[in-house]
Design a binder for this molecule. Sequence first.
Ligand code: GLA
Length: 335
Amino acid sequence: MRLTTNLTTTFTRLALGSAVMLASLGTAQAQDDEVKIGFIVKKPEQAWFINEQRAATEVGEELGFDVVRLGGEDGQAVLSAIDNLNSQGAEGFVICPPDVRLGPAIMNRAEQYGMKVITVDDQFVTASGEPMEGVPHLGMSGYKIGQQVGNAIADEMEARGWNPEEVAALRITNNELPTAVERTDGATEALLESGFSEGNIFDAPQQNSDTSSAFSAASPVLAQHGDYEHWVIYALNEESVLGGVRATEQYGMAAEDVIGVGINGSGAAFAEFSRQNPTGFHGTVAVSSTMHGRQTAEDIYRWITEDQEPPANTETSGTLMTRDNWQEVREELGL
Ligand code: GLA
């Protein structure tokens, strides 16, 4: 099956120069011969990933290749997704892995099938925890975006006239994921530079990267430090910051006593900004998931069809989005 697909694809590419031969292919067959790529994400239900996969499909429609969207929420699911792609004749895939340490196992399976691989958002690491070389990656510039989060929180604290010494920070961490650590480290550094007290930063380690794991991590930390009136919240993404904000609400804190700033700029943030009354979710640093999806899908397509290897590492930047400007930023970033 695989061999047949390869031969057919090679034949079609050779034939592309010949309008006569191409014209003789029936529409159905021409479609079968379209290059096929996979797009596997760790959380297919999260707004960021929904948009990223949608954007990949769209660029495929524009350039004439097929995108198979799959979820890979754990190692087993990813490996069966790769088997599935192979049986459909896909020649490569883009992936945001559920665990970056799965990199070597994923590459092993992909290489067995001769598939090309690009990581998006979360970069594979080796057994010793170093970024895995040889697999092109596109992801946000974690530390810089984290600093934007920290600066946005500091500015809003100043606007509200809070005394930094009396404010507590809920830092929702995910230490298993390097980009998550970079993001919260960047935010911490910016906050400390603005005069925030290091002793007022409390860690809430989460087991995942979603709202419910952040809510569970945040609740006990708030309970332990009930003496603070003002809280700021940051994390690797807006879903997690929202978990922290929901925990403050459950704890009876008012929106004006909480400043949460997330990262992503996806449907989760739009829904929050669309509520009639402001919540403790002050803003989010928006990054274009549309660009992440389009660029990586196009990169793998060009790699397959033109043997053009993508850059080893591409870092993307972000823009602060708040209740006041979210619609403009959304449009600007094509979200
Ligand atoms: C990680 C997070 C996602 C999103 C992406 C963006 O995968 O879990 O929510 O922030 O990074 O790169």
